[in-house]
Design a protein around this ligand. Structure first.
Ligand code: FAQ
Length: 335
């Protein structure tokens, strides 16, 4: 399904009359709205578990966008040309914007962004495992665009139909930008593949390192995913982790062939019966270790985020002082 198919469906989805009546309590209105593909809005009654699940997922998503600026930001000063530098700078700024929309979406659920940032830098909240791997060469920048943004799109396009209005609406814009990011990554890789043998080898090496971590982005296998069933029932998530992972593999195999790279999985093969690709077993021990903080760059990512937060304290203080002064002035009677 394309971004525009999904966004059209989003635009046509309507919220049924959500007012509780003596016959219909708030819980029934909530259930009926979700069942009718309507949207739950911040002012609506919602079960506490629904609110908590949204805060958990959206905060994790926001943190991922912000921490996700680091692996690519690492190459801004070393981009091989002004054009590549400008593209990369714009992409990293887009990720910052995505983080901000998503933190704003969590604030509609009654939490504060400062509190979420503190939970991130104290490792009390998660962010995507993918951003704990290093970016060793400039080919990694192309591969992140192609595979990581590609996986993000597969995962996030269905979230444009998530039952929570502010999240679904934030996802529409984010997906459009992610789609653009994926194309720029692919274009960079096509350029490298049309270059020298050394450049082609660099792309293949980056693909070898990022393929399996990209598959891990979709989360644990369905049988080991504690949240999927309830999140699907609430229509927060629209597909299971394994369904989306399969969609990503099927979408990516022909792209790899067009590019001329090999995906590092000897078990990868078309299954005519299933009309889908079979693929090898993910190293779940590695996934668990990375999620628990033992990935190659976890400590570095959090230390960097903590330092950026602490170094930005004076900006937050200045902004608060300015706002307070402004508020005082607007309260003064006119002369
Ligand atoms: N890494 O029961 P489930 C991007 C956790 S943005 C770390 O299956 P759920 C853009 C999960 O939180 C990438 N932790 O959980 C970009 C849960 O922990 P908890 C981020 C993971 O929520 C591109 C536990 O495991 N995208 O890439 C991961 O139903 C390029 C059990 O898992 C989103 O966040 C993981 N990979 O499904 C930026 C999309 N997977 O809290 C820069 C929205 C699972 O119970 C450059 N999120 N966990 O202790 C989702 O769709 C879902 O939250 C899933 C996980 C699918 C990630």
């Amino acid at each position: 399904m394309t971004v525009s198919d999904e966004t059209t469906r989003l635009a046509t989805a309507s919220t049924p009359d959500g007012a509780p009546t003596p016959e219909r309590g708030p819980e029934e209105v909530f259930e009926a709205t979700v069942a009718a593909e309507g949207r739950i809005e911040p002012r609506d009654w919602m079960p506490e578990g629904y609110r908590k699940t949204l805060v958990r997922q959206i905060a994790q998503h926001a943190h991922s966008e912000i921490i996700g600026m680091q692996p690519e930001g690492n190459w801004i000063l070393r981009a091989p040309s002004l054009r590549r530098k400008a593209i990369l700078l714009a992409k990293v700024q887009d990720e910052a914007g995505h983080g901000l929309y998503l933190y704003s979406a969590t604030e509609t659920l009654g939490v504060d962004r400062t509190e979420l940032t503190e939970k991130l830098i104290d490792s009390r909240q998660k962010y995507s495992s993918i951003f704990n791997y290093p970016t060793l060469t400039f080919a990694d920048i192309g591969v992140i665009g192609w595979l990581v943004d590609g996986a993000a799109i597969c995962n996030q396009v269905p979230l444009c139909r998530s039952s929570y209005g502010p999240y679904a609406r934030a996802m529409v814009r984010i997906c459009k930008e992610e789609s653009f990011h994926q194309r720029q990554g692919f274009e960079l890789l096509m350029t490298l593949m049309a270059g020298t043998d050394a450049q082609r080898a660099m792309v293949q090496d980056a693909v070898d390192r990022w393929w399996w971590p990209s598959l891990m982005m979709f989360g644990p296998a369905d049988g080991d995913s504690p949240n999927t069933q309830q999140s699907m029932a609430w229509r927060i998530k629209r597909h299971t982790n394994d369904e989306l992972r399969q969609r990503f593999v099927d979408m990516t195999v022909p792209q790899a062939a067009a590019l001329g790279v090999t995906l590092p999985d000897p078990a990868l093969a078309w299954n005519d019966e299933r009309q889908a690709h079979d693929f090898g077993e993910i190293d779940w021990a590695e996934f668990t270790a990375v999620v628990k903080g033992a990935g190659p760059c976890n400590a570095q990512r959090i230390a960097h985020r903590r330092a950026a937060h602490e170094n930005g304290q004076w900006v937050r203080d200045a902004a608060s002082a300015y706002a307070a002064k402004h508020a005082d002035r607007s309260e003064e009677p006119a002369a």
